[in-house]
Design a protein. Structure first.
Length: 157
């Protein structure tokens, strides 16, 4: 391998790492097995809810993800990245970090949950920080909401 090629490989690796940390998009699908109705004996239709979920922002803008129950979809809030190079600040319109609607204390976990306003209906939603936190299907509320391994993943920058 030539020195130039090594450099290109290094840069490519670095860019991939940045992309991973910046933001990711995954196609998620409800994989709950349909239940049999005990009275009729018929198996219900599988929920099959699927959505492209993106978590994390890019180089210039940060993003918060949540699910709005009223809008029945994943929603996002965007603001300008904190580490934006100063020369960029004059070129783009700086958007401040969203002001939360409020905080609630969860007695079962002891966690303080910050509630944000949905950009569309202004109703409350909780931030989803990691794909691991998404365990239940937003449509049927059953467990087994998981990444659809047959669909491609996205890297956002
Ligand atoms: Zn909403
Ligand atoms: Zn479901």
């Amino acid at each position: 391998m030539t020195r130039k090629m090594i450099l290109i490989t290094l840069v490519a690796c670095l860019l991939t790492t940045i992309a991973v940390y910046a933001g990711r998009g995954m196609s998620m699908k409800c994989q709950a097995k349909p239940e049999k109705n005990p009275t009729t004996g018929k198996t219900a239709k599988p929920c099959g809810y699927e959505a492209m979920v993106t978590i994390g922002g890019g180089m210039f803008s940060e993003q918060m993800t949540g699910y709005c129950r009223a809008c029945k979809k994943f929603v996002h809030l965007h603001w300008t990245a904190k580490n934006l190079p100063p020369q960029m600040k004059t070129r783009i319109k700086v958007k401040p970090h969203p002001i939360p609607l409020g905080e609630v204390w969860d007695a079962r976990t002891g966690k303080i949950l910050t509630i944000h306003a949905c950009p569309k209906c202004k109703g409350p939603f909780l931030e989803i920080k990691e794909f691991d936190e998404l365990k239940h299907c937003p449509a049927c509320n059953k467990p087994h909401f998981a990444v659809d391994k047959n669909k491609p993943r996205l890297a956002i920058d």
